[in-house]
Design a protein around this ligand. Structure first.
Ligand code: MD3
Ligand code: FE
Length: 216
């Protein structure tokens, strides 16, 4: 009797063009998921997950940490990149080599050669957490792409236009999916819907998202 390892469909790496400048690399990070999660554990043992406060005083529902030369922070003074973790006053943990390499190879696959991120934001979603529509505009050079890596529980991503009022499309993102956002997609509004409760064999009740950026 042959074992049914995959259910209906075998796991498959595919390339989906979402829109001009946005490329979904399905399962691109699947084979690296365990070392990536272990590296998230190492980073967050030094720079623990925290719920940052927006300038308006609301706690973000996703917990965040950072690694690399620069980390993204929000507090009563605004949004910015800075080289120290505000919780400890110490530099952010180094970007693990496995992170850097994955970001570079994903960007290259999407047509962005030589991507060299100086910041990685790590978001951790628990059931009920979401991220409203926003633009990523705290980076200096918008010709640089952003690479995102989804791990653990699936979520519905929303991808809008250059104005918040434009109705977003919905794209499911699952474990191991990598998306490269560059060119005309770079400044689009985006966010994620509320995470539904679930259990993932590698991450339990959480979804993790890594976003690799060139901030300066
Ligand atoms: C499209 N994170 O950290 S990843 C963020 O799932 C962020 O944690 C979401 O938006 C998350 O800023 C979405 C996909 C993503 C990330 C950055 C983008 C899409 C993007 C930047 C420009 C356009
Ligand atoms: Fe974003």
């Amino acid at each position: 009797m042959t074992q049914d390892l995959f259910g209906e469909q075998p796991p498959e790496q595919t390339v989906e063009h979402l829109m001009d400048g946005a490329v979904v690399l399905r399962q691109f990070a699947l084979a690296e998921a365990e070392p990536l999660l272990e590296a998230i554990g190492t980073v967050t043992s030094e720079a623990p997950f925290r719920h940052m406060k927006t300038p308006g005083g609301h706690a973000m529902s996703a917990a965040m940490s950072c690694c690399g030369q620069l980390g993204w922070v929000t507090d009563s003074r605004g949004y910015r990149y800075q080289s120290e973790d505000p919780e400890s006053g110490r530099p952010w943990p180094d970007m693990p080599e496995a992170f850097r390499e994955l970001a570079r190879s994903a960007a290259e696959t999407a047509g962005f050669d030589g991507f060299d991120p100086d910041a990685c934001l790590i978001n951790r979603y628990q059931p009920g957490a979401k991220m409203g529509l926003h633009q990523d505009k705290d980076e200096d050079d918008f010709s640089q792409p952003i690479v995102s890596v989804s791990l653990g529980l699936p979520i519905v991503f929303q991808f809008g236009g250059l104005k918040r009022s434009e109705r977003p499309i919905r794209v499911p993102l699952g474990h191991g999916d990598v998306v490269v956002w560059g060119g005309p997609a770079r400044m689009r509004y985006h966010g994620v819907l509320t995470l539904k409760a679930g259990e993932h064999p590698l991450t339990g009740g959480y979804r993790y998202n890594l976003t690799f950026r060139r901030a300066r």
